[in-house]
Design a protein. Structure first.
Length: 179
């Protein structure tokens, strides 16, 4: 599970670096931003459904860690929602994207330096593998667009996310938005 989440982090980091080259036209920047948003939303929803509940259950300070990570997700989701509505040619688009990149890089550092090592120590390999399968499945049905007002804790997020994901995927198809 942890290696899969780290691979997600690396994929998004590569997209951030591509954006930061400054060599993309407005259409490419919009497409890349949409791709980043899609991947971050899918990743976040899966973590909120399974990773953070596992932290709450397995770690002495799990509630504190999970609450912190969820609050960072909420901040990033608000930024992504704002980014969706901006013109990719405008300066505000770049500023908002830089805000998102900084926020996600901080979040990734928190998870990889603190949460993941603690979970590796606290959970059995079988438990981590089981969580990995659930996270992989959750990402398949997760929304592809930010929904800042959506619930971020089980059971409500597990119930509502697949429906939002279906609607988002239909919107993506109709609008031509790439995954």
């Amino acid at each position: 599970m942890i290696n899969m989440l780290i691979a997600d982090h690396r994929e998004v980091e590569e997209a951030f670096q591509q954006f930061e080259t400054g060599q993309l036209d407005a259409n490419q920047r919009r497409d890349l931003a949409d791709h980043i948003i899609t991947e971050l939303v899918r990743h976040s929803v899966a973590e909120e459904q399974y990773l953070y509940p596992a932290a709450r259950e397995s770690l002495d300070n799990g509630d504190e860690i999970a609450d912190h990570e969820i609050s960072e997700h909420a901040e990033a989701e608000r930024t992504m929602k704002q980014l969706e509505s901006l013109d990719a040619e405008g300066q505000q688009f770049d500023e908002t994207m830089r805000t998102l990149i900084a926020s996600i890089r901080h979040h990734v550092t928190d998870e990889e330096d603190d949460l993941f090592p603690k979970l590796r120590e606290a959970c059995t390999a079988d438990r981590l593998e089981e969580l990995g399968g659930k996270i992989r499945e959750a990402k398949e049905t997760a929304p592809t667009r930010p929904h800042p007002a959506a619930p971020d804790r089980p059971p409500a997020n597990k119930i509502l996310a697949p429906g939002a994901g279906l609607v988002d995927k239909m919107r993506d198809t109709l609008s031509g938005r790439q995954h």
